[in-house]
Ligand binder design. Structure first.
Ligand SMILES: Cc1ncc(COP(=O)(O)O)c(C=O)c1O
Length: 375
């Protein structure tokens, strides 16, 4: 079976996990967590990065840091993962879904302004497939209406927009290091913060509401409970696993980009014949080959393609069911404007196998059977 995904493993993970054990510090904020935080800050020019237990918890932290009040509104695409929305729900906010662009499957920046009310506080920009949203427009709308921007860059580690790393462009950025992502620690993520004024509150939130981080830095002589908080910091053993991959970030990235380029090339003639639609990377965007998807004619053709590939031992998968049509989406939000693309484009989309180290023979199988199906 050609697998859709294998969790990334570079080869040095066990050595670093053993080191974490030998360090006798396997809880949060040990040496490996610090190395990962610093690597992210330096590599992506981020003011501050904190590893978290997931992208979901990074999003929770980001939304809590925006100081949303119950009844405030958050604008987001409906074509995203539940975590993007559930962080806003945690703060009691209402979700206002807007349509996506068919070329990138990202929030349609042209639909945002019309969805703004006097309760709107935050725009949530999710970068689908590691390809950036139109951030200049989103930032200028946010500035004009005094809104904060949170980037869900779960899929965007190592991607950029006009030279800036995804996750560092808005007020807060959230990464995922889940096993399905380009770099992993099993379950994990990171919160990136632009304004240093938010650092201390983030540390308190992350450390169960205490000022323990200040205590570790010797800034207070004992630590105490100072505010609301939760436990958002991962074990240093998980950070050790991630460290192995951050050290090899370019090698992993190049390997994924190579697979992506092979698929693009192999399917270009099917796209020219308008049998399928291939992903678009707008000018100024550098992507990380997080995903390779194609779009079929419609839902029926997509299901037939997935079945055909499964019959030939190739695993291909569809993606998000739009949130506005999900039970929780109906409960916590509303769709503003027309659903011109969200439902129809998500119905057509199917993801092909791509992961670090995918064998060439597997790539060949994917290409062979895809060509056969669309012939
Ligand atoms: C866009 C998006 N945001 C958030 C998440 C949640 O990430 P995690 O599993 O690290 O919490 C995912 C997971 O796939 C995602 O695709």
């Amino acid at each position: 079976m050609v697998s859709f995904n294998y969790p990334p493993c570079y080869g040095t993970e066990l050595t670093y996990i053993q080191q974490a054990i030998a360090n006798r510090q396997i809880c949060g904020d040990g040496p490996f967590t610090k190395k990962c935080n610093e690597w992210i800050e330096k590599r992506f020019n981020a003011q501050k990065a904190y590893l978290t237990t997931s992208c979901t918890s990074a999003l929770d932290m980001a939304l809590l840091l925006t100081s949303l009040n119950p009844g405030d509104e958050v604008i987001l695409p409906s074509y995203t993962f539940s975590s993007t929305a559930t962080a806003a729900v945690l703060c009691g906010a209402r979700l206002v879904f807007v349509d996506i662009r068919p070329d990138t499957m990202n929030i349609d920046e042209k639909q945002i302004e019309d969805a703004i009310t006097d309760r709107t506080k935050v725009i949530l920009a999710m970068h689908y497939a590691g390809i950036a949203c139109e951030m200049d427009t989103i930032l200028s709308i946010a500035k004009a209406h005094n809104l904060l921007v949170v980037e869900d860059a779960a899929q965007g580690v190592m991607s950029s927009y006009k030279g800036r790393a995804l996750g560092t462009i808005g007020d807060f950025g959230c990464y995922s290091f889940h096993e399905t992502k380009n770099y992993s620690m099993g379950e994990g993520g990171a919160l990136l913060i632009r304004d240093p004024a938010n650092n201390e509150r983030a540390e308190i939130l992350r450390e169960k509401g205490t000022n323990r981080s200040r205590f570790y830095r010797g800034q207070v002589d004992k630590y105490t409970w100072v505010d609301f908080g939760d436990s958002y910091l991962p074990s240093d053993m998980n950070a050790a696993y991630l460290w192995a991959q951050l050290e090899a970030a370019d090698i992993i990235n190049e390997n994924r980009l190579r697979t992506h380029a092979i698929y693009m090339d192999a399917f270009s003639s099917l796209a020219r014949q308008e049998r399928i639609v291939l992903p678009t990377v707008p000018e100024g965007c550098v992507h990380n080959a997080h995903m390779f998807y194609i779009k079929c004619r419609d839902l029926e053709e997509r299901q037939a393609y997935i079945r055909f590939m499964r019959d030939h031992d190739v695993q291909t998968v569809f993606h998000y069911v739009p949130l506005h049509s999900a039970p929780a989406g109906l409960k916590f939000g509303r769709f503003h404007g027309t659903d011109r693309y969200t439902t129809s484009e998500s119905n057509r989309l199917v993801r092909l196998p791509i992961y670090y180290g995918i064998p060439d023979s597997d790539i060949e199988q994917v290409i062979k059977y895809t060509r056969q199906f669309f012939a």
